[in-house]
Design a protein around this ligand. Structure first.
Ligand code: C2E
Ligand code: MG
Ligand code: MG
Ligand code: MG
Length: 295
């Protein structure tokens, strides 16, 4: 960027950098007040079990509608929250809000086997308080530990190997499930993952994008290999970012356990998600028919 346009380009580059760092500072200041100003909420994305058409889980995804900055994508504000440590109070808010929503849904008649899954950052995992905070949130909302799943990315687990094992064992002892998010992007060693008490692998969308496309055999091969490997290790497999009927059909043919993505449902506001869940319970299997697959 700086090279193009010589001196003038250079000045422009410095101006852009200044704009970026002002925006950053502004976002961080606003993020500090986001909880008290009630600007955060959760969207919930259903995960479909392919064997029986049941919605097995919903993933809670954080949304921020800032009064000053408008709605900001998680890919922009989560890194800022991580750098500043704000992810710790924000993560506690997420845990509480997700448990509260699930408890309300259960009272409204949602299948008690439904899990809610929340994303956990490195900083949250490293703090020794996390297992107690999780246990307290479950107790506060009258939920069993089996109703909660925590998603940790492969790189978070790899980069924090020493402590990750301790924390994961604490969660296993509580009865909370653990999923490895964005699997396939973090170069984790299988021999390491195998020793951790993990329940689920979520295959990254990057691989799902390429399956069922006639000129991309690599992604399809990687996906079927991960499914086979997970089977051997006794893990459940979720495919993320399923956007087409062809991808869903591929995953069913290859015995993937669960699919998540826009084809099944976009992330939904809590009330819309409740309607989705109750409709799905009333006509389980209908979603599979839609993809033209055997019910
Ligand atoms: P993730 O945990 O891998 O979540 C999946 C992301 O893919 C979500 O983006 C979801 O909306 C999007 N997605 C799902 N299905 C499809 C699809 O079919 N097509 C496409 N194009 N996208 C799909 P989102 O909500 O923007 O979140 C981005 C990332 O931000 C998440 O990736 C997660 O790493 C992080 N994040 C979100 N909420 C939280 C949170 O409460 N705490 C923490 N620590 N991180 C969070
Ligand atoms: Mg996730
Ligand atoms: Mg993911
Ligand atoms: Mg992802």
């Amino acid at each position: 960027r700086a090279k193009r346009g010589g001196k003038r380009g250079h000045v422009r580059y410095l101006q852009e950098m200044e704009t970026d760092s002002r925006r950053r500072a502004g976002l961080i200041a606003a993020l500090r007040r986001a909880i008290e100003r009630d600007e955060l909420h959760l969207a919930y994305q259903p995960e479909l079990r392919l064997a029986d058409g049941r919605i097995a889980a919903v993933e809670a995804l954080l949304r921020w509608d800032s009064a000053e900055h408008g709605s900001i994508a998680p890919d922009e504000f989560i890194p800022l929250a991580e750098e500043t440590g704000l992810i710790v109070p924000i993560g506690e808010w997420v845990l509480d809000a997700a448990c509260r929503t699930l408890a309300g849904w259960r009272r409204a008649g949602v299948d008690p086997r439904l899990k809610v899954s929340i994303n956990v950052s490195a900083l949250q995992l490293l703090r020794s308080e996390l297992p107690d905070a999780v246990a307290a949130a479950l107790r506060r909302h009258g939920l069993p530990a089996s109703a909660l799943e925590l998603e940790l990315t492969e790189s978070v687990l790899m980069d924090n190997a020493a402590l990750a094992g301790d924390r994961l064992r604490a969660f296993r002892d509580l009865g909370v499930s653990i999923a490895v998010d964005d699997f396939g992007t973090g170069y984790s060693s299988l021999s390491y993952l195998h020793r951790l008490p993990i329940n689920t692998l979520k295959i990254d969308k990057a691989f799902i994008d390429g399956i069922a496309s006639p000129d991309d055999h690599e992604d399809a091969t990687i996906t079927t290999t991960v499914i086979a490997m997970a089977r051997t290790l006794g893990l459940q497999v979720v495919a993320e970012g399923v956007e087409t009927a062809a991808q869903l059909a591929f995953l069913q043919r290859n015995a993937c356990d669960i699919a998540q993505g826009y084809w099944i449902s976009r992330p939904l506001a809590a009330d819309a998600c409740l309607r989705f869940l109750l409709d799905a319970q009333a006509g389980a299997g209908a979603r599979l028919d839609r993809a033209g697959a055997p019910a």
